[in-house]
Ligand binder design. Structure first.
Ligand code: F3S
Length: 282
């Protein structure tokens, strides 16, 4: 079986940084918490739990911490969360990805200047919740063309557009196009992470050339879900798995070439395991 593995598969810079910080902190004395799972990967989260790193699921849990250190994951958090932790004397390490931090700065500054902030992304994703929390005025989250057309009806004059770092680049361009038709005083920041763009482009190229495509990543990982959609558009035999256990060998009968890619929160050992299995067992 011929196998093509995407070079861009696996941990991105921001995730690697946050996960390494969690491992480093787990080696020190004292309690360590992460506010939400550090990444959308059950294996890593379980391993960290084995090292004593606990997850705080809600804001209420967070503010009850009396000792230890809280790690803010790469998605980032609203400003109010940082302020409240400081107010309560909770020690924390901010592992927000610098690319996400940059969006926080943009929306903070531009909303102070009176611009309506428009975020292209998924409203319920923690990264977007974090970004909203750095705006100092009106903010709207848009994901579809229909939502964009609806927004055009609003009496807004000054706009600032940013995107969730994992937003699909083609969709970003389509949405920007819609807003360019109306005479806004607008600023557009393409804040899609380069790592995401490269991963998506490479996945699409590989998916075009193979008979079947495997996309590896956590169920809740939004960037993996998008990779899956992209690959499925190019290759109808695209399969979304979390680990090797989910791989159904029957789907690969009479297939000559398989492509593999993985989301930003998929550890290398899982990718290697799948790759090895496909090469030798299928
Ligand atoms: Fe950061 Fe890009 Fe990863 S924004 S967390 S390097 S996908």
């Amino acid at each position: 079986m011929e196998v093509k593995v995407a070079k861009s598969a696996g941990f991105c810079f921001g995730v690697k940084r946050a996960v390494e910080t969690a491992y480093k902190e787990s080696e020190k004395d004292g309690k360590v918490y992460t506010y939400g799972p550090i990444i959308h990967n059950e294996e890593v989260v379980e391993e960290l739990a084995g090292r004593g790193v606990r997850i705080l699921e809600t804001e209420a849990d967070l503010y009850q911490i009396r000792e230890g250190t809280v790690l803010i994951r790469s998605h980032g958090v609203p400003r109010a969360v940082c302020e409240k932790m400081e107010e309560k004397g909770i020690s924390y390490i901010d592992a927000t990805c610098p690319f996400v931090k940059k969006i926080h700065r943009i929306v903070d500054e531009e909303s102070r200047k009176g611009r309506h902030i428009l975020i292209f992304g998924n409203d319920s994703h923690p990264e977007v919740e974090g970004i909203k929390g750095w705006c100092n005025g009106p903010v709207t989250v848009i994901q579809t063309k229909e939502e964009a057309l609806e927004f055009l009806k609003k009496p807004v004059e000054k706009l600032c557009i940013v995107a969730q770092t994992t937003f699909n680049y083609n969709n970003f361009q389509d949405l920007v196009e819609i807003f360019s038709k109306k005479r806004y005083d607008r600023l557009v920041f393409n804040t899609i992470c380069q790592a995401t763009k490269e991963r998506q482009t490479e996945a699409r190229q590989i998916a075009k050339d193979v008979d079947a495509m495997i996309v590896i990543g956590g169920k809740h990982s939004s960037n993996t879900q998008k990779l899956y959609q992209i690959c499925k558009e190019e290759c109808k035999n695209t399969y979304y798995i979390q680990t090797l256990v989910d791989l159904d060998s029957d789907c690969f009968r009479s297939i000559g070439c398989v492509g593999i890619t993985a989301g930003a929160s998929t550890p290398n050992n899982i990718i290697e395991e799948v790759q090895e299995h496909v090469r030798t067992e299928l």
